[in-house]
Ligand binder design. Structure first.
Ligand SMILES: Cc1cc2nc3c(=O)[nH]c(=O)nc-3n(C[C@H](O)[C@H](O)[C@H](O)COP(=O)(O)OP(=O)(O)OC[C@H]3O[C@@H](n4cnc5c(N)ncnc54)[C@H](O)[C@@H]3O)c2cc1C
Length: 406
C-alpha cells in the first residue's frame, strides 16, 4: 500500500486522523510548507479527501486534536482546518461567485472547441508538456495521485496564471476534475486568491528560490518565470446579476415517516443524526448519486472515491440494522420516496455547488425536503464575510459555543 492508497471509507479517515494526531503541533507548524514529494509522508495530514466529503468532520478532527494538544500549541493546524470552513462560509455568503465561475468554465469549454491554439495550450499544461520542469511534474502528480501539497498548488496556480497566461478558471476546472479533495469553495477561492481577485491588490507570484527551498532542492527552476503579476479580469462571461430564487424551506414533522438522504457533501451521518428529533420515524436512508460526477466530468479516481464514499456511508447505515434504499440519481428520488412510504426527506445542508443545486431542484419540484445544518457551519459561516484574519479571531468563541474544551 502506498501513501496514496486512500480508501473511501470513514474507517480509513478515522485511522488516518489517529495516526496523524501526534504530528499536529510543532512538527506541523515547522514543516507544513515543505513539499517532500509524492513518495514521502511529509509533514501534512492528507486528511483532505475525508474532510471534503465529511467522512470525518472538522469538529471531530479538532476534538481529537484537543485530546493531545492545546489550541495554542496546534494553532497552525487548527487555522488550516478553519481555512476550509472560512472558504465554505464565504462562498455560501457570495453564491454569485460560484455561479459566475460555472458560466466562465462553460465559456472556456466552448472556446476550446473553436480555438485550437487555446485548446492545445491548455492540453499541454494539463499533460505536463510545458517545458517548465516543476510545473510539468506537478501536473502529472495531480493526475496520477489525485493530490498536491498546498504549496505545490500555489506555485502551480501562479505559473498557470502569470507565466503561462492561461485563464485561472481553466486551471481551477483541471484541479476540480482531478483532486480527491476537489471542493467548490476551497478550490475556486484559492485560485481567485492566487490571481489577486480574492484579496484585492495581492497576487501570489511563484518564486524559483522559494520552490528550491521548500522542495528541499527536488526542483531548482532555471526557466523564466513571470517576475510580477498583471491585472486579472473578474469574469470572462458577461457578469451575472440575478440569483435563482431559493425554494421555501419546509418544516420537519416528527410524526411523518421520514427518509434520510445522504449526499457526498456530508457523509458522517453518525454525528449529524443527533440533530434529528429523537421520536422521528425514519423509514430508511437513500444516497444521492453524485451530482458532481454527473456535471463536472471528474477523473476516474475521483469518481471511484466519491462513489466508494457514498456506498461506505450507506453500508454503515445498513450495518446499524436499518433499511437502505441504495444510491439513486436525482431524477429517481421522487419514486424512491414513494416506494419507501416516507412523506418527507431530511438531509444535511449542502454548501453551494452541484449537490446544493440538485437539492434545490428537488425542492423546487415539490419534493418535501428538509435541510438541517450542522452547528459547526451555523456558528462559523456568518463570520465568513470579510478576510480570514478577522474570521480567525472568532475560532475560540466558535469552539466554546460548540462545547469544546478550549
Ligand atoms: C490553488 C489551490 C486549490 C486548492 N483546492 C482545494 C480543494 O479543492 N479542496 C481542498 O480541500 N483544499 C484545496 N486547497 C487548499 C489546500 O491546498 C488543501 O486543503 C490541502 O493541501 C490538503 O492537504 P492536507 O489534508 O494534507 O492538508 P493539511 O495541511 O494537513 O491541513 C488539514 C486540513 O485543513 C484544511 N486545509 C489545509 N490548508 C487549507 C487551505 N489553504 N484552504 C482550505 N483548507 C485547508 C484541509 O481540509 C486539510 O485536510 C487548495 C489550495 C490552492 C492553493
Amino acid at each position: 500500500m502506498t501513501i496514496f492508497d486512500l480508501k473511501p471509507s470513514r474507517a480509513a479517515g478515522v485511522a488516518k486522523l489517529a495516526a496523524f494526531l501526534p504530528a499536529m503541533g510543532r512538527a506541523y507548524s515547522d514543516g507544513r510548507n515543505t513539499d517532500l514529494g509524492p513518495d514521502q509522508p511529509g509533514f501534512v495530514s492528507r486528511l483532505s479527501p475525508y474532510l471534503r466529503h465529511r467522512l470525518i468532520t472538522e469538529q471531530e478532527v479538532i476534538e481529537a486534536l484537543l485530546t493531545r494538544h492545546s489550541l495554542g500549541s496546534a494553532n497552525s493546524f487548527v487555522s488550516e482546518v478553519f481555512w476550509r470552513t472560512y472558504w465554505k462560509g464565504w462562498l455560501n455568503n457570495h453564491p454569485i461567485v460560484w455561479l459566475q465561475y460555472e458560466e466562465d468554465v462553460r465559456l472556456l469549454n466552448a472556446r476550446k472547441a473553436d480555438d485550437s491554439a487555446f485548446r492545445e495550450s491548455v492540453a499541454a499544461a494539463e499533460a505536463g508538456n510545458t517545458g517548465i520542469r516543476c510545473f510539468d511534474a506537478w501536473a502529472r502528480e495531480l493526475v496520477q495521485t489525485g493530490y498536491l501539497h498546498n504549496h505545490a498548488r500555489m506555485w502551480f496556480a501562479s505559473l498557470w496564471v502569470f507565466t503561462l497566461k492561461l485563464p485561472w478558471q481553466a486551471g481551477a476546472d483541471f484541479f476540480l476534475r482531478h483532486l480527491l479533495d476537489g471542493d467548490c469553495a476551497a478550490n475556486t477561492l484559492s485560485w481567485r486568491w492566487v490571481a489577486g481577485l480574492q484579496t484585492r491588490g495581492k497576487q501570489y507570484i511563484a518564486d524559483p528560490e522559494n520552490i528550491r527551498r521548500f522542495t528541499q532542492g527536488r526542483f531548482a527552476p532555471t526557466e523564466a518565470f513571470a517576475p510580477t503579476g498583471f491585472p486579472v479580469a473578474e469574469t470572462l462571461a458577461p457578469p451575472l446579476s440575478a440569483l435563482p430564487v431559493p425554494a421555501l424551506p419546509i418544516a420537519l414533522d416528527p410524526q411523518k415517516p421520514t427518509l434520510l438522504l445522504l449526499h457526498e457533501e456530508d457523509l458522517a451521518w453518525e454525528s449529524w443524526q443527533s440533530l434529528l428529533p429523537s421520536n422521528l420515524a425514519i423509514v430508511g436512508a437513500v444516497a444521492l448519486a453524485s451530482p458532481r460526477v454527473a456535471t463536472q466530468n471528474p477523473s476516474a479516481p475521483v469518481r471511484d472515491f466519491v462513489v466508494g464514499a457514498l456506498h461506505d456511508s450507506l453500508g454503515r447505515w445498513q450495518h446499524s440494522g436499518r433499511q437502505a434504499w441504495g444510491v439513486v440519481a436525482q431524477a429517481a428520488l421522487p419514486e424512491t420516496l414513494a416506494i419507501s412510504g416516507a412523506a418527507q426527506i431530511v438531509t444535511p445542508v449542502a454548501p453551494i455547488g452541484p449537490t446544493a443545486t440538485a437539492l434545490d431542484g428537488l425542492a423546487a419540484a415539490g419534493v418535501p425536503l428538509r435541510r438541517l445544518q450542522r452547528p459547526w457551519d451555523a456558528l462559523s459561516w456568518p463570520f465568513a464575510t470579510k478576510g480570514f484574519f478577522p474570521f480567525r479571531e472568532k475560532i475560540p468563541k466558535i469552539l466554546r459555543e460548540l462545547g469544546l474544551p478550549v
